[in-house]
Design a protein around this ligand. Structure first.
Ligand code: PMP
Length: 384
């Protein structure tokens, strides 16, 4: 028997290499000149002088770290202002900021659902919602992707008094939208709370980027909770839960990822406030993200997306990986999703649009993607 307790990792690594699934960290070396179609910086604000200044100013006033839990020393007036501003922006009663979007999802789900609760989650919900289900100790049911009828059945037939339904508003892999209006009708009719992760909706969908919940006229509904990250359109870090004041108060009492996590760093709070302020001043930024996504979709020969995410399904993991590498070699930074992030046989390039993409950049994108996708699609049709 091997005495090396880590030898199983060598076997696991070999399996992943064989399957073309080994992941590598790609370091960004100083300011890259590559065209960014891989990040979630949807509004292109993460180097904007006002956002950078917002972070620096917050650090000067509050220091580099928040110094403690939000319950002890980790809440500054900057945190409180950000919560008010975000709530006002999306049309919610209150907001509560967490250290990450991941922590916000874990916190709100585990605080609202426990033993004796049914949690129903869309099969495409983000990994943080999946983990939240596992942590909650509730009975968990996974409904097929965007299947409102299945969710309605599960809610109607439940034995539990309380129920919570989880979904992304914009799904992160494909960029498709949840049927939120129907979902809310069903959750309300069945006495359930609807939790909507707007990570990819805020800054992109809705009037001036107020999100899909706002766009559908559902903002401020007391039985609907929004979660979001500050790391995408808002160009910072952190997460937020937006909703009814009773929920906020309960989270402060009961959400473990709020209570036992250090408060969000002042720099991130300052940056997020500055980004939100820029978006309010130029609400057309949100529509520009969707326009640029439509441009990229046309170039890639796929349907116009409903979000910033342009998903170009290529098939086998190796084909998608090679295509991504070819793009990167020619100065186009793209995302590549392979199993387990997406189902086997649907590996893809994931291209994200930015509000600030220029006409010159779009020309380069057309040139590079045209070549790379022709090769990748040729390859796939030969191996298929
Ligand atoms: N929800 C969704 C839909 C996401 O895409 C992400 C980030 N990848 C998160 C939550 C987690 O947010 P954060 O990165 O702020 O932890």
């Amino acid at each position: 028997m091997s005495t090396d307790p880590l030898s199983w990792l060598d076997e696991r690594a070999a399996e992943r290499v064989d399957a073309g699934l080994r992941r590598q960290l790609r370091e960004r070396v100083s300011e890259s000149s590559a065209i960014d179609l891989a990040s979630n910086d949807y509004l292109g604000l993460h180097r904007h002088p006002e956002v950078v200044e917002g972070a620096i100013d917050a650090v000067r006033r509050w220091g580099t770290g928040s110094t403690g839990s939000r319950l002890v020393t980790g809440t500054t007036t900057e945190h409180a202002l950000l919560e008010l501003e975000l709530a006002e922006f999306v049309g919610a009663e209150t907001g509560l900021v967490f250290a990450t979007g991941y922590a916000a999802n874990l916190g709100v789900v585990t605080a609202l659902a426990g033993r004796g609760t049914l949690v129903v989650s869309d099969a495409g919900s983000h990994a943080s919602l999946v983990d939240a289900c596992r942590l909650s100790r509730a009975r968990v049911a996974i409904a097929a992707h965007r299947d409102v009828a299945a969710i309605e059945r599960l809610l109607a037939e439940r034995a539990e008094e309380r129920a919570v339904v989880l979904t992304d508003s914009v799904f992160s892999a494909d960029g498709d939208l949840a049927p939120l209006a129907e979902l809310h009708r069903v959750t309300r009719a069945n006495g359930a709370v609807l939790i909507v992760d707007e990570a990819h909706g805020l800054g992109v969908r809705g009037e001036g980027g107020r999100g899909l919940v706002h766009e559908l006229g559902l903002a401020g509904e007391p039985d609907l909770v929004i979660t979001a990250t500050l790391s995408k359109a808002f160009a910072a870090q952190g997460g937020v839960v937006l909703g009814d004041a009773r929920i906020r108060a309960h989270l402060i009492d009961a959400a473990r990822t709020f209570i036992f996590d250090t408060g969000l760093a002042p720099a991130a709070v300052g940056a997020a406030r500055a980004a939100l302020s820029l978006l309010r001043r130029d609400p057309s930024m949100a529509a520009r993200v969707l326009d640029r996504a439509a441009d990229i979709a046309r170039i890639a020969g796929v349907a116009e997306p409903d979000s910033a995410v342009v998903s170009v399904v290529l098939g086998e993991a190796q084909v998608a990986f090679d295509a991504a590498q070819a793009c990167r070699a020619r100065g186009l930074d793209v995302g590549c999703f392979r199993p387990p992030s997406v189902p086997a046989g649907t590996s893809r390039l994931r291209l994200t649009a930015r509000a600030d993409l220029t006409a010159t950049e779009l020309e380069t994108i057309a040139e590079v993607l045209g070549d790379v996708l022709a090769t990748a699609r040729g390859k796939e049709s030969v191996t298929a």
